[in-house]
Write a protein that binds this ligand. Structure first.
Ligand SMILES: *Cc1c(COP(=O)(O)O)cnc(C)c1O
Length: 301
């Protein structure tokens, strides 16, 4: 499959964060604006879809099927990618579909996605091989992608993220982690250490998950990586007034949009760690991966 050049290797700006709040605290922050890749297929979801689209095409599949919650950045991006690259798309959504649809699912449907609500108990089977076999029988033409694009092809795409900045100019790369697919991919190629911010609650599950991912895909880590699990704000998509105030200020001062599910929590955490002064070595040059997914913000208005 031919991806157009702007999809194959998009231009992604790197922006310096010059925030008075951080002055004199001994770090310098830059951010890779993957939110600017495409208005809809943005952020790490673009990287996770790239090799999935190519493989689906190679296998002669005409449609793409995946899973997500009602505000899924992944389904939203998948629907638009399907429209752009001529695949039908099928989105299996956790829980009943609300009427009217929320703006995320409404966009997905307008992009041509066939949506189906599935009960929470069936949704829990989304990685069960028997369930996936039954779905494949029902949709023989579909290429199946796990929730969040968390498969080998997703990892492979994210491994390319460090081609978009000069690693020699940085000491650390920070990112928000849900499934840990992005960090797994970058860990296989990065020359500098990675710090992931866990945005779901749960006892540092990500350390295990990322190690499992590496093993499952026969990959090994090329750099040091670690996970901070203290800035989840109570769990997935949970927020506090303090977080929302932080995000509003950050957007106003730095002119960079954030959403509260991933990038907002990561930046909050990064500011907190910077304020400690002794967490990062003096004069650390930190590259932040903006995760994109700004559509999800609408769920909080
Ligand atoms: C999906 C997503 C992430 C998390 O990526 P994982 O590979 O699942 O860890 C981070 N930021 C944004 C905006 C996302 O949409």
């Amino acid at each position: 499959m031919e991806l157009s050049p702007e999809f194959n290797s998009p231009y992604i700006p790197v922006q310096k964060i010059e925030d008075p709040l951080l002055e004199g605290l001994g770090t310098s922050l830059s951010i890779l604006r993957t939110d600017l890749i495409h208005p809809v297929v943005s952020g790490n979801k673009w990287f996770k879809l790239k090799y999935n689209l190519i493989k689906a095409h190679e296998q002669g599949k005409r449609s793409l099927l995946s899973f997500g919650g009602p505000w899924s950045n992944h389904l939203h991006a998948l629907a638009e990618a399907g429209r752009l690259f001529d695949f039908k798309t099928i989105g299996l959504v956790r829980g009943e579909l609300a009427t009217p649809l929320n703006s995320c699912l409404d966009d997905a449907r307008k992009a041509g996605m066939l949506l189906e609500g599935i009960s929470r108990s069936i949704y829990r089977e989304k990685d069960n091989p028997d369930y996936l076999r039954s779905l494949q029988q029902r949709f023989p033409d579909a290429y199946l992608i796990p929730e969040g694009g968390a498969n080998r092809e997703g990892v492979q795409g994210c491994a390319e993220l460090n081609l978009y900045f000069d690693e020699n100019q940085f000491d650390l790369v920070c990112m928000a982690c849900g499934t840990g697919t992005m960090l797994t991919g970058l860990a296989t190629t990065s020359a500098i250490p990675l710090l992931g911010f866990q945005i779901l609650k749960g006892d540092n599950y990500l350390n295990r998950q990322i190690s499992n991912n590496l093993q499952k895909f026969g990959l090994s880590s090329h750099c040091e990586w670690s996970i901070n699990d203290t800035f989840h704000f109570g769990g997935y998509a949970k927020t506090t007034e303090e977080l929302i105030a932080f995000i509003s200020r950050f957007e106003r001062v730095n002119k960079i949009p954030l959403e509260p599910v991933y990038s907002g929590k990561m930046l909050y955490g990064l500011y907190e760690l910077t304020k400690k002064r002794d967490f990062f070595p003096q004069n650390s040059r930190i590259m932040i991966i903006h995760g994109g997914g700004l559509q999800g913000k609408r769920g909080f208005l």
